[in-house]
Design a binder for this molecule. Structure first.
Ligand code: GDP
Length: 445
């Protein structure tokens, strides 16, 4: 799926191959084409506009890491932003089906794949969640639709409510509820009637059924191939009936992926599942990462940029190590270390990872160094001027007083911090002398 969009974006990004920081021009040129590509993929105009704006803000001025091109970097930013737009909260695949029997209402236009999806979902609940499921068709105008559900039920081993001629949809829904309670079912799924277009009768019927059973989930099934129309249908169903999630069908086709992107942004409704074929197990939980990857068709580039970013961090670490080897360990370095420690679970966790630091670890033991203390130490460093951080040896009594006051602490605390910095500088120097591949280098890994 999404082939046309990914191909288009591919062409756009191939053109961006210069190295260096992403310039405004680079980004703007690329994004103008991204916007056209999104519109051609049937993403709605406001969604495309917002999307491009967000990417532009993130991309402009961002340093391009060594081993990737600006184009590749933009792909990564577009990819991350796509995930941001597509993702909802929580797990899309987990349905609210506690309090058995839980009613699930299936709504949608005729031909959207509603009946097929009802059966697919029933099979999924049965196989994966070991639920006992009952299905009922409410499509009283189309006996063939009722039979279709029955046939699918037999095929997947899920019970269907016996068909009673002449019953209205609300009566069928009530009977399904009773049967589900009596029969010890976990879930009962109501496959409502579909029409070719949304009309008043369709909405009134679905609303009446909704009021009769009070569904835990109302899932709207829409044809993913219909692009912007799918979004309009979703907006209208949600306004009139209220839906808790969307299932996009026919995402196996070579349609334009715009519907998925606009759906979440415009309706605010999460996409819960995607239909990927006619077979009964061709239903998958909606995964934003996968869909974003498919839209771009550039998963390998995303991985490459991630790797390059890791390399950049490694380069920074190596640069730092070179300074340490010369005994250059100032307050900026200490601050970075302290913040790192907060992330890694305190001083002990950090020291435990550094060979040769056992002695220092002993000194720290029982000294009560915890997160609060780390935060106070960072506050003291923040209270220093740039010059003071780079050359802590210039700190005399008046400067110390000012710094401590600025952090709301005593000068004695600052003295402890200074002592720690000197010890660390010493230690780094000694470890640095162990040479390349020595203890320090290993510790930085
Ligand atoms: P309903 O009228 O909304 O109940 O639609 P149906 O469930 O009868 O589906 C209409 C047609 O679409 C059937 O031939 C299904 O096999 C097919 N269909 C449903 N979902 C998918 C899907 O995800 N991919 C593909 N390729 N076909 C699907």
């Amino acid at each position: 799926m999404f082939e046309s969009l990914s191909e288009r974006l591919g062409g756009v990004f191939d053109r961006l191959t210069k190295q260096g920081a992403l310039s405004e021009d680079d980004v703007r040129t690329a994004l103008r084409e991204v916007r056209v590509a999104l519109l051609e993929a049937d993403v709605s105009l406001p969604v495309a506009r917002d999307f491009v704006k967000a990417v532009e803000k993130k991309a402009t001025g961002q340093a391009v890491t060594k081993s990737v091109t600006p184009g590749q970097q933009v792909v990564k930013i577009v990819h991350d932003e796509l995930i941001g737009v597509l993702a909802g909260e929580g797990d899309p695949g987990s349905l609210r089906i506690d309090n058995a029997p839980a009613p699930i209402l299936m709504v949608g236009l005729q031909g959207s794949g509603k009946t097929t999806t009802t059966a697919k979902l029933a099979k999924r609940l049965k196989d994966r969640e070991k639920k006992k499921v009952l299905m009922a068709s409410l499509d009283v105008n189309r006996p063939a639709a009722m039979e279709q559900l029955q046939i699918l039920g037999t095929q997947i081993g899920v019970d269907t409510l016996p068909i009673v001629k002449g019953e209205d949809p609300v009566a069928i829904a009530r009977r399904a509820k009773t049967q589900a309670s009596l029969g010890g079912y976990d879930v009962y799924m109501l496959d409502t009637a579909g029409r070719l277009h949304i009309d008043q009768e369709l909405i009134a019927q679905a609303a009446a059924v909704r009021d009769a059973v009070n569904p835990r989930e109302t899932l709207l099934v829409v044809d993913g191939l219909t692009g912007q129309d799918a979004v309009n249908v979703a907006t209208e169903f949600d306004d009139k009936i209220g839906v808790s999630g969307v299932v996009l069908t026919r995402m196996d086709g070579d349609g334009r992926g715009g519907a998925a992107l606009s759906m979440r942004a415009i309706t605010g409704k999460p996409i819960r599942f995607v239909g990927l074929g006619e077979k009964m197990d061709a239903l998958e939980t909606f995964e934003p990462e996968r869909v974003a990857g498919r839209i771009l068709g550039m998963g390998d580039i995303v991985a490459l940029v991630e790797k390059a970013q890791a390399t950049l961090e490694q380069e920074q670490a190596e640069r730092m190590m070179k300074r340490f080897q010369k005994g250059q360990f100032n307050m900026n370095d200490l601050k970075m270390q302290l913040e790192q420690m907060m992330k890694m679970g305190g001083m002990e966790g950090m020291l435990a990872m550094m060979p040769g630091a056992a002695k220092m670890q002993k000194q720290m033991e029982g000294s009560g160094i915890d997160d609060r203390m780390l935060r106070q130490q960072v506050a003291l460093i923040n209270s220093m001027t740039k010059k003071e951080r780079a050359n802590p040896q210039i700190l005399q009594a008046s400067r110390k007083k000012r710094i401590a006051a600025g952090a709301g602490m005593e000068v004695s605390e600052l003295n402890k911090l200074l002592k720690m910095q000197r010890q660390m500088a010493d230690m780094m120097k000694k470890m640095g002398k162990m040479g390349k591949g020595g203890a320090l280098k290993q510790a930085m890994r």
